[in-house]
Design a protein around this ligand. Structure first.
Ligand code: FES
Ligand code: FES
Length: 159
């Protein structure tokens, strides 16, 4: 099988998998990046969201062949347990989640928003997360967490 070149969380690598394999399967089953979750598999829930060349995309609906050579960022690319990304810290601080299954996708969508707008309104945050479903109903805390992360990032930038 012809290997496909990708950049994942800053590392250039090649994956030997069928070109019609969904990117979500590649991440989880070929690369061991289990943070990106399988929910519906139908591009409906957003829990498989990753950044592809900086844009939030549902990885369950992206075939490996369509992401060749692209830069992919998963939740593992944001921070670590020891050094969480401000978004991850803010979600912890706000306790923004119950089961947590939706959160990797939500944090990725929020990162895409904050990468282009560090002072989003609550309506802009809600719009950016429109493709992400949380069945636990943590929506208000999630909105607060994104606002808190934006404030943290603004403070970091002004230091
Ligand atoms: S698993 Fe991809 S959108 Fe639901
Ligand atoms: S926290 Fe459970 S689905 Fe969002």
């Amino acid at each position: 099988m012809h290997p496909t070149a990708l950049i994942v969380n800053g590392s250039a690598l090649s994956v030997s998998a069928d070109p019609i394999t969904p990117l979500l399967d590649v991440l989880r089953n070929h690369l061991g990046l289990m943070g990106t979750k399988f929910g519906c598999g139908l591009e409906q829930c957003g829990c498989c969201m990753v950044l592809i060349d900086g844009r939030p995309e549902k990885s369950c609906g992206k075939l490996l062949s369509t992401v060749a050579g692209k830069e992919i960022v998963t939740i593992e690319g944001l921070g670590t347990r020891e050094r969480p990304h401000p978004l991850q810290q803010a979600f912890l601080d706000e306790q923004a989640g119950q089961c947590g299954y939706c959160l990797p996708g939500i944090v990725i969508s929020a990162k895409a928003l904050l990468d282009r707008n560090l002072s989003p309104s609550r309506a802009q945050i809600a719009a950016a997360l429109d493709d992400n479903i949380c069945r636990c109903g943590s929506h208000i805390r999630i909105l607060r967490a994104v606002e808190r992360a934006a404030a943290l990032l603004r403070a970091q930038g002004s230091r």
